[in-house]
Ligand binder design. Sequence first.
Ligand SMILES: O=C(O)CCC(=O)C(=O)O
Length: 277
Amino acid sequence: MSDAKPPRTPTATDDYLFDLRGYLVLENAVDPEHLNDLNAALDAFPDLGWGEWHGNVQRFDNNGAAGIELQNIVEGGEPFERLIDHPSWIRYLRHYCGEEDSYVEGLYIDECFASIRRSGGFFPVHSGGHRGALRGAFHYSHGRFRCGQVNVLLALTDIGPGDGGTMVVPGSHKSNFPHPQDMYVNESGKPVPMDNLLGAIEVHLKRGDALLFCDGISHGASSRTNPGERRVSIFRYGVSWGSTRYGYEYSQALLDRLTPERRSILEPIAKRRPPTA
Ligand SMILES: O=C(O)CCC(=O)C(=O)O
């Protein structure tokens, strides 16, 4: 199935705000029926323990504080496949991190997961321009964006105060200094919430809105205090010559059934081998 909507194209205002702040909110990016399908696919998941697999999806909670994280979620059902080249954001990704107008133009999804956050969950704030890895860096030169990685965080539930929403420090993708507050872990190495982090804002989203942000911005999520669940999917897009972050491999069955457009985002460089005898 493909989404018949005409693709959204980044405007000059989007470019201005993305450059200035390091993030954009794309309102009403995904329609209610598709959101129902995504949530139903998550409801159908068995209760996985840390490290357990369901098909080619693994529960792999990144830092232990954020909640349940289902990695390689693009293999979690057809509704997730539709997110690969979704018309609400695909042109943004090609423009911001797709090596536009170069000999390696194209995209690659190097990580994709669903995150389910319950009361007490949070994501420690991390990244920022200061000594950031090239992989997630913000870059603009000679009239072209050349970001290493841009993320699409899609709200599958409404995200308001107390829901454990994503926090960003606007403009921090260009910061030349470390954040003055300790960001990630305490003295015993435990992740710490930074709900009142200097300069940060919490991004509230309606179900179906997407937060698009350069991975080099300081970001994380506040503590969830409400009952119930915050559900999002996070697809990280980057350059066509990237590799998956944790070594997950897209299954041949998935690659074979995708449209050429979608396949080219999961496997931008086809394998080249000598002919078999
Ligand atoms: O869960 C969130 O809202 C933020 C996730 C995050 O910071 C990350 O995946 O790097």
